[in-house]
Design a protein around this ligand. Sequence first.
Ligand code: NAD
Length: 506
Amino acid sequence: MQMLLKGDYFNGRFSHPDGLKDLSGAQEKILKKCPGELTLTLWEAGVYYDHIESVIDSAQKGFDTWRKLSFEQRVAYLKKYQEVVRARKDDIALALALEVGKPLWEAKTEAAALDSKVSVTITDSLERIKQETIKDVMPKIDGHVVYKPLGPCFVIGPFNFPCHLANGQILSALLAGNSIIFKPSEKTIYSAQLMIECFHQAGFPEGVINFINGTGQTAGKITADKRIRGVFFTGSRGVGLRILENTYKDLGKLVALELGGKNSTIIHHDTNVSHALPELLRACFLTSGQRCTSTSMILVHRKIEQEFISQFKALTERIKVGHPTKSADPFMGPLIDEHAEKLYFDFCNFGKQEGAEEIVSPRKLDVGFEGHYVSPSIHYAKNPNLKGQFIQEEIFGPNCFFVPYDDIEEAIKIANCTEYGLAASVFTRDTEIYKLCLRDIDAGLLNLNRSTVGATARMPFGGVKNSGNHRPAAVSMIDHCVSTVASLETLDDNSSKISDIVGLKE
Ligand code: NAD
């Protein structure tokens, strides 16, 4: 697959100041290699800071057109996009597999979600921002609650789901009447460009959709611009904090942050082990552990810890790691880059330094291609250092660690010890235990007998504590794409009398 970058997209077209091959005028260049085959250079991108003003101008113009369209008209554009993205899903899946390193079968599920998300946004989200009327809210007065778009919105994406996450935010923003600028991760520009090409093919009016390649510096400049009324960010906690620092003085700017996690699962003694094992294996290691909802900490009841851990270890050792498109049915591919690989080994070392035992050690793997291939690893800690780096920080690699517990209160306390609060799950047949977890675990998602990964688009998706700022995505994303106007309406224009005013001089 030849990955031809077309440049930034604004005023309804892709713009590449230096022509398609020559990057001589670029202020910065980004070279992308396939993480599963480092001898394969996928693309080289130019970063043009000079474009930023033009991109924001374009989004402002696009907003002026788009906000005047009815819901029906906007829905019609979204449905055209749905047709195009459905037709191009195989190209998108292949690009995702090569850029991110996720196996092709998994990349296909991300590409398919772009299409299904259009339907969910129209059927489930739109209802939340339709005008509401309260008859006789006061005597002879009706009340209306009207939801207005914010203005040009800026969507900033992470590398691990380059299309799916931004797609959800973009569709909600558009349906609500906003124009958007999308900056994907600098690690996954081509997959994101394919998605933007689909919006272009669907014929959206000029300036409604805008796309910019760039770094954190690009994102920082756009985020700070007064004309940007919404910032929708998915990424790490550290960058989320920087965005808040960059925007807090502009109170009219809505900032929605979807950040990292340090997710735990409780395996109670009455768990059906043969159900819990495959759920947990996927939760810990799919996408090589590079999911915000990946399970990291497994609290296992002491009565079953030996049996459970030994079966989980045996399954982990069967995991096939391979090239995202050239190996036969790998469970997982490589990590995204050299930095991620180094962090993975460093974190496993912190684990050892902080007293955790290595049950399955992390290894650099040779799968027949030069790439960032590592094996999944498992740690065990009887008395974990709850303040240590290993337990507190997100690893974003294929590692999990077991901690045994005797009573459920103790397990909940350990689950709550981190600064994050994205996802958690509990495996048990006892619904009272589930209710206790639902009440006491700090998480935005909490599942019973289902792992922490695989959320639905039809419910809110977001975390508490340092996992977000209480603006969940998925079905409720659209709530953050509007401002609310309360309007009192009366057709009786003869009910106010000067004689009714108390305190007027004769
Ligand atoms: P990252 O924070 O390194 O980068 C995300 C985006 O932020 C990139 O596009 C990057 O260019 C941009 N960026 C960098 N500096 C910036 C700045 N100063 N201002 C604005 N934007 C800036 O994250 P990543 O490594 O791409 O993704 C992994 C992280 O994302 C993990 O922490 C993971 O948990 C999180 N994540 C969260 C969710 C969720 O829904 N909660 C989903 C996926 C990933």
